[in-house]
Design a protein around this ligand. Structure first.
Ligand code: FES
Length: 249
């Protein structure tokens, strides 16, 4: 008589693969460091960021020209996007993990305890984020002016590679800025009920739109950062004569 088959073993195979938790903090350190180093070089060692009708986002708006200051004028405006990004809720998470390792990732033990919260100096200044948002909105308005200007050449309307780069730059920075958590609170906070008046209000619709963008705020943060970086490099290379702009018409 044939014997009954042995029941299949229920033992669980334990994965021996190491979790790759360190990839994100390491990539963040590399990307942030290179971005900050390039930005500092462009802002601190150049007196202009304008090539014909293309204006580098690092140099816009040209506050230096308004004040008659022509030496490293980008310093007068670059601090706004710098502090806006540095105090961004998403970026805080990223650089607290990447630079302070406190903790470096979910379920990873804290290393030396450097993070002391945002109630004490120096991180307490991050609570000013909403005020940097107001300033950043003003900068975004000027970036749209620059995007329009990028299509206006001495001989009239035209489209160059730079025109498209500056246009995409304005779009990405608009979405990044208006997907901000502080902006979402501005349009939807301090309110118990949107629909108590019986129908969706304009404010409710705006809040829904902002909430949709806000869900991907981290992605907008990275994409817009790389695009600003690339836009600045493009205009700088044009100014240095390393490359030439291609006009489509
Ligand atoms: S939370 Fe990221 S810009 Fe405000």
């Amino acid at each position: 008589m044939a014997q009954a088959a042995e029941p299949e073993s229920r033992s669980v195979t334990k994965s021996t693969a190491e979790p790759r938790w360190w990839i994100e903090p390491v990539a963040t350190v590399v990307a942030f460091s290179l971005f900050v180093l390039y930005s500092a070089w462009d802002v601190l060692f150049h007196n202009t960021g304008q090539y014909q009708n293309y204006i580098s986002p690092y140099f816009s708006p040209n506050v230096g020209a308004w004040l008659g200051i022509h030496t490293i004028p980008a310093v007068l405006v670059a601090w706004v996007p710098l502090f806006f990004r540095a105090s961004c809720y998403y970026y805080r998470r990223e650089y607290y993990r990447a630079f302070f390792w406190d903790p470096p990732a979910c379920a990873i033990a804290e290393r030396p305890r450097l993070y002391r919260g945002e109630t004490k100096v120096p991180l307490v200044w991050n609570n000013l984020h909403r005020f940097f948002l107001y300033l950043a909105i003003i900068v975004v308005i000027f970036l749209w002016k620059d995007a329009v200007q990028a299509f206006i050449f001495p001989n009239g309307f035209g489209v160059g590679v730079g025109s498209l780069i500056l246009l995409v730059n304005a779009i990405l920075l608009t979405v990044y800025t208006f997907s901000c958590h502080a902006f979402r609170h501005l349009v939807g906070g301090g309110l118990d009920c949107f629909s108590c008046q019986g129908r969706p209000t304009a404010r409710y619709k705006l809040w829904r739109r902002v909430s949709e963008w806000n869900r991907h705020h981290g992605q907008w943060a990275w994409i817009s950062m790389f695009w600003v970086w690339g836009t600045g490099i493009y205009v700088r290379l044009l100014l240095m004569g390393v490359i030439h702009d291609v006009r489509f018409f």
